[in-house]
Design a protein around this ligand. Structure first.
Ligand SMILES: Cc1cc2nc3c(=O)[nH]c(=O)nc-3n(C[C@H](O)[C@H](O)[C@H](O)COP(=O)(O)OP(=O)(O)OC[C@H]3O[C@@H](n4cnc5c(N)ncnc54)[C@H](O)[C@@H]3O)c2cc1C
Length: 459
């Protein structure tokens, strides 16, 4: 059995950082301002797929690509709803939510977890029954790193048809992208829940205007069915896109995971699944800053036009806004079912990503400041009180804990943005399972004082 070495770090006052895939946006799994040790789960990669019971056990250090590949080796008609980037690991991803192209049909990865193994603060290995429903609730969206070391998850596999259809249709401003973006905002969350169309907006060189910069929207999609069924559905709901048969490719569900990962890494997306999904090398070589927003009403035309002006800033190397449609089953799951509270009422989620390769402090500050300017610009269009954020796109700008003790009110500055009212229950669970706050970082759930606990129990 894996027994974590908690006592030595405790004796020497070191923080414990837990790393599975190392994709944390702020590097909290492997960077700290204070002395720390890393518990690296890189080699816990075992995956056992049980087709008869439509489930799988997957260890924390296994990548999403490895999970998708192992499922596909056993079945062409089962899949799992999780993220797009195949080098992300299940340890961090499932514990923070985890969404991908099956979200509108089946929800998040964390909505499809049926058991887990965690090593608690006392070094005991606990399954769902032994940890109890409160802790099992907390680690499905509340982030594992506040509660213990997650060793493995048992997940429910979901039915997928043997043929799915994918496309990536790109339109620039000169090709009426603005009109399509406006229409996407009205329909993407209302489409048949088998269709997921993500809209990626970025600045590119225009092919029509001799290399001049323009804005391009990519409509990246996966449909759970064949092209014959997809075309009339799209013609009826989103004719402005002008989707044509030649834009579409039929493939298997696992083929669609290769395709969508290919859009992310800039490959053809038609590679052999074994090669594409089992490669564990992370693709982003440069630096990046990510942020997130949730939106309930379409961004009006003047808001979009202002955004195009902002994105035209050539001082910034690369910026992309990924719009992920909500609706479907996300409207049906209650806000308190798991700690992930961002459910009905939102029409889409925005992921902001700014990347640069330029070296030096000045370049870093310029890109960081510009990212914050973009986030400020988007404020009128985003959710309010709180301005909701996604834990898996961790952002320390929204608030951090103190180096020493952090009270519940202070931690709420960032906590309610990630979890809304679920933050209170997370703090209660944390206090019960880790009363001395062994598992802590810049955004770990706080341990409550007796007074805080009494107060929260009575309101
Ligand atoms: C290129 C890229 C693409 C992405 N695409 C998507 C996407 O499509 N959909 C989506 O939802 N998200 C996406 N993400 C975000 C991703 O889900 C999160 O960064 C996720 O937390 C990464 O998990 P990890 O195990 O790889 O990272 P890590 O850095 O190892 O972990 C992230 C956090 O979880 C904690 N943690 C990790 N393992 C454990 C464990 N075993 N027990 C307890 N705590 C643990 C860490 O301490 C850290 O706080 C993407 C990120 C990147 C960098």
């Amino acid at each position: 059995m894996f027994k974590p070495p908690y006592s030595a770090p405790q004796q020497h006052g070191l923080q414990i950082r837990i790393r599975s895939g190392g994709h944390d946006y702020e590097g909290l799994s492997y960077v700290a301002e204070v002395p720390f040790v890393i518990l690296d789960l890189l080699y816990l990669r075992n995956i056992t797929v049980d087709i008869e019971n439509r489930s799988a056990w997957v260890q924390a250090g296994a990548t999403l690509g490895e999970l998708y590949y192992m499922i596909s080796r056993k079945s062409k008609t089962l899949g799992f709803p999780a993220g797009v980037c195949v080098t992300v690991c299940t340890g961090g991803h499932f514990s923070g939510g985890g969404y991908g192209f099956l979200m509108r049909k089946y929800g998040l990865a964390s909505d499809n977890i049926i058991d887990a193994h965690i090593i608690d603060v006392n070094g005991n290995l606990l399954d769902r029954k032994a940890m109890g429903e409160d802790l099992f609730w907390a680690i499905r969206g509340g982030g594992g790193a506040s509660f213990g070391v997650i060793v493995a998850w048992k997940v429910k596999l979901v039915p997928v048809p043997s043929t799915v259809t994918v496309f990536n249709v790109k339109r620039t401003l000169e090709e009426n992208a603005t009109e399509m973006i406006q229409k996407w905002q009205l329909v993407a969350n209302k489409l048949d829940n088998r269709i997921f169309i993500r809209m990626d907006i970025a600045r590119v060189k225009s092919s029509e205007k001799y290399g001049k910069l323009t804005i391009e929207a990519s409509f990246v999609s996966m449909f759970l069915g064949g092209v014959e069924e997809l075309l009339p559905l799209m013609q009826e709901s989103f004719p402005e896109l002008g989707l044509d048969r030649k834009d579409c490719s039929e493939t298997s569900w696992v083929g669609s995971t290769v395709f969508t990962n290919g859009v992310l890494i800039g490959s053809t997306g038609h590679e052999d699944p074994e090669v594409a999904l089992l490669n564990r090398t992370q693709i982003r070589a440069g630096k990046y800053k990510g942020k997130s927003d949730y939106v309930s009403k379409p961004i009006p035309l003047d808001g979009l036009e202002g955004l195009w002006r902002l994105l035209s800033d050539e001082e910034i190397e690369y910026v992309q806004l990924q719009f992920a449609p909500y609706g479907g089953i996300m409207d049906e799951i209650s806000e308190s079912e798991t700690p992930f509270s961002h459910r009905s009422g939102y029409i889409f989620h925005i992921h902001y990503l700014v990347c640069w390769h330029e070296k030096g402090e000045e370049a870093e500050q310029r890109h960081m400041n510009w990212t914050r300017k973009l986030y400020k610009y988007m404020e009128p269009y985003a959710s309010k009180s709180p301005r909701a954020a996604y834990l898996n796109y961790r952002d320390l700008d929204i608030g951090v804990n103190n180096e020493g003790y952090t009270n519940y009110t202070q931690a709420s500055t960032w906590g309610v943005k990630y979890f809304k009212n679920n933050f209170k229950r997370l703090a209660m669970v944390k206090t019960k399972v880790d009363p001395h706050n062994l598992f802590r970082n810049e955004q770990s759930i706080p341990t409550l004082s007796d007074e805080e606990q009494y107060y929260l129990e009575t309101i």
